[in-house]
Design a protein around this ligand. Structure first.
Ligand code: DGY
Length: 323
């Protein structure tokens, strides 16, 4: 590669991303973890051949259409790419790539962390001990939770992450049912899963875990009607995208006791506003979008996001294209 492309990295990127990129490209990296403004993004997009972007960076049609003809590649440091206007990028012949699958095991682990946190009062118990509220030692009815073992787990979306959640659930001897756009017969026999329609999944599950992409079909896929169909002993877990659940309706369902609780890693708006009624719920465990947040996975993602840039300009594979 004789020409060294100029790459803008929107926020500080883990190693080996910067080292790999600097071998083949001129890197311009925002060394902060704070996202740049929309105006800065518009300006940057005009000056570079590629952008490595992160969740929370809005690469919308204004950024893409004002970029001129130099920008050729948008490499997402994430599996999800709903923060990029794919239609605008495709119209401008800009290639968009992501970091699929390598974060699935890590996100499936976090899904189970939330399942246990809500059903076994892990967060409440920690608060209780640390705040010196534990006065009487072992107590017969202290923080009684709900078993995970033997319960019905309903998985919405049996893609990379959903499949890994299903495999873990079998280790806990859960009965796993799923709903997906297409039936996954090979996974059904491999892991002993059962396909059900969406409404049956809502009615039968003790835990529902969401693993779909955000798109026009999945936007607010879980709203009040769906929450009403769930058992009042059931828990909703979301490590996918916040906008799949209508948050206002979820708060209402939690406060009315229509469901037992929720474990959330993602929200309609991130960060969650200080005024959000979700913060006042007593039966939700809330995490700040940590699905892929381990040292190992973030460094694998950084490597893949960097290699997508390098391979694109060197015209060799693999390239994880999404358009
Ligand atoms: C992704 O990559 O889409 C995840 O949500 C990041 O944690």
């Amino acid at each position: 590669m004789l020409y060294k492309p100029v790459v803008y990295v929107t926020r500080s990127l883990q190693e080996p991303g910067p080292t790999l990129l600097s071998k083949y490209c001129h890197i311009n990296m925002n060394d902060s973890v704070i996202p740049i403004s929309k105006r800065q993004m518009v300006e940057k997009a005009k000056e570079v051949d590629a952008i490595v972007c992160m969740l929370g960076d809005k690469i919308d049609s204004e950024v893409i259409y004002s970029a001129g003809n130099r920008l050729k590649l948008i490499s997402c440091y994430s599996a999800g790419y709903d923060h990029v206007d794919l239609e605008a990028a495709t119209n401008k012949e800009i290639v968009v790539t992501n970091t699929p699958d390598i974060l699935s095991e890590t996100t499936a682990d976090l899904t189970f962390a939330l399942i246990f946190a809500v059903s076994r009062n892990v967060v409440k118990g920690d608060y209780y001990v640390k705040n010196a509220k534990w006065k009487f030692g072992w107590t017969p009815d202290l923080f009684l939770g709900t078993d995970v073992y033997g319960k019905v787990l309903g998985i919405i979306g049996l893609g990379n992450i959903g499949t890994k959640v299903a495999r873990r659930a079998k280790g806990f001897e859960m009965d796993v049912i799923y709903h997906n756009r297409t039936r996954r017969y090979e996974l059904e026999s491999k892991f002993g899963l059962r396909y059900v329609d969406f409404h049956e999944l809502l009615r039968r599950s003790d835990f529902i875990s969401i693993h779909v992409d955000l798109n026009k079909d999945t936007y607010h896929m879980i709203s009040f009607d769906e929450l009403k169909k769930m058992k009042n002993t059931a828990f909703l877990i979301n490590t996918a995208r916040g906008k799949v659940v209508k948050e206002k309706d979820l708060v209402r369902a939690l406060n009315k006791g229509l469901i037992a609780g929720a474990g959330l890693d993602v929200y309609e708006e991130e960060p969650v506003s200080r005024e959000s009624p979700l913060l006042k719920t007593s039966n939700a465990v809330l995490l700040p979008h940590l699905g892929s947040a381990t040292q190992e996975t973030r460094s694998r993602m950084a490597e893949m996001a960097a290699m997508n840039v390098i391979n694109f300009f060197r015209q060799i594979g693999p390239l994880h294209r999404v358009n």
